[in-house]
Design a protein around this ligand. Sequence first.
Ligand code: SF4
Length: 673
Amino acid sequence: MRYGETGFNLEIDLSRGGIERVETDPEETALYLGGLGTNAKLLWDRVPPEVTAFSPENLLIFSAGLLCGTPAIGCNRTIVTTISPQTDLMAFSMMGGFWAPELKHAGYDKVILRGKSPELVYIWIHDDKVEIRDAAHLRGKGSVETTALIQQELNDPKARVAAIGLAGENRVYYASIEQDRSSASRGGIGAVMGDKGVKAIAVRGTGDINIARPAEYMQLCNEVLEYIEFRNANPIKGVMPILQGLGSPQEMLIHEEKWHTENFMWGNSRVRRNDFWNEDIEKSWTATLENYRTRLISCYNCPMKCGATIDIPGLPTFMMKCFTKLTYTMAAFSDLDFGMRIAQRATEYGVDGFTAPQVMAMALELLEKGILTKDDFPGMPEDSEGRFYWLLDRIVRREGIGDVLANGTYWAAKAIVKEADPFAHNCIKKHEQLPLKLSMLNPIYFLMYSTGEKLNITQIEGQFPQAPFPEREQREEFVKDWFQVPDDRFKQYFLDWNPRGENSMPFYPTVAMCCDIVDWQEKMHYIDDAFGMCAGLSSFPLKPPYHIHNYPKFITAGAGIEMDEDKLSQAAKRYRTLVRANNIRRGMRREDEKPPANHWKKRFPELEKELLDAYYRFKGWNEDGIPTVESLRELGLDYVADEFVSRGILADEKTAGSSTAADASSSAAQSVE
Ligand code: SF4
């Protein structure tokens, strides 16, 4: 009997039209925990570095997390994994909504797509019945429109549909996969779906999911629910509104945008507008949001309602959440009305709401500087809003200048001005980041930005406050009920952290403390991504309901895998290292691990070097960021060590030894009930 997971993957060969239901190995689950963990293993085993994003051999994996579909509150994430066309590294983007639980109920943990379909198709999974269907009539349709058409065609309004829009069909490097209440946007995974000729995957499931110890599990779920109620009634004091509560930043609920609009950058991520927010703007933006927002909505089995249905007169209804509310507005120096209107079109096209506005703002900056000329933009309107619509339309069709812009700021700047800097100045590992430029180096964020492989800073940060509280009394108040910390030393780190003077940034938290903090934050994100848990209830907010102390109990009672904090930390370290190993094998090195040069005004090269050196050592990586043979063996990743040696990535063959992957699996396997 398998618990938590179904024990079966769906393998679809699009080139031949083959469909297979494949039983999986429970020992792999014990080692890599499912979701992102087993995705990383699949990619390692089956996608060597010679395979590029648009090779037929590239896999596109849709994985439900290990506990998705169980009664665990907010456990609904689909982890989509592939090779990114933008970075040529492993991309793993998450989407919430309802798709993953539905897949579990249909009897599968993952859908693994390989090959390429000669014609545009969609996949219909209804329990045991799986079909590859013609999607010629859906070509060019928007992602939301496609969902409605498929549900109509299947005569099943409860079918959950993950679809691409025009951007995915045309392999725009930052194309997203949209799903009714969420989207997986980062890394260009929608482009890979389009390249494989798949317009959508629709799922409907009616089966059960087994729980190892149901009564115990329900008790744990009830405790989480009670704590959510407590946290909702007791927001954190002394932090900005979006950090006070749980869930994704409640952008659909919150009207006050002083912090974002005055601290995040406008245009091509360069212009700060210090005194932007005033009463008139607040009034007008509040009215816009209230008028367009029809209701707040949640993902599967969650009370948090982080999203909203947006109904703008004359436009189709769509779903919005998070910071996309502001990205188009700020890139175009416009207002919220424009931002929400263009987001509707962008959602239908299926583009990443972080990257697309930055690409368009960069194109306009190049025009302003005379590097591009009016001839490059034939027929483009004069006004900023009109220009954004015009550019978006061309990018998703890869028409004219849109063709080069469709590859993102890094590749577009390289093609136009022959080097990425200074115009694509907001990238890490060729990928656009939050449009945030600050004054003083934050050593914790320096490490997260540099070494993060999720390619999204908001999905790395979390449990430790972003900045010190001004007064010691406030800090003492904060740590009183901070039971989520792995141990009490983290409380002391925070208590001693001052905004100015002694113990302030950039030299406090100390290098050793930063290693501890970053490792904890990252670990929690990686655990979420294996379980399918929404970061908004775990790794992202302060004082969340899920943490390192109750997670092992969920695994034991839910999935039947005997777990404690040490074993869980070791498993998370194992597949986190495997994610890095995939990227190292594809050429990622220390020189790629640097935040944008202008991310902070005040930089400290010696300290930054010390931070990176120390964190690499802390993680068991050598000075180039490559996991060492010893650390790989300790994690049972002997097969990675052997391949690194055979490929010349790690030179010392003597210390690599000769044990096999099978030996490694059995030596590190944990007990499975
Ligand atoms: S916290 Fe918000 S984003 Fe997360 S599952 Fe709940 S509703 Fe969805």
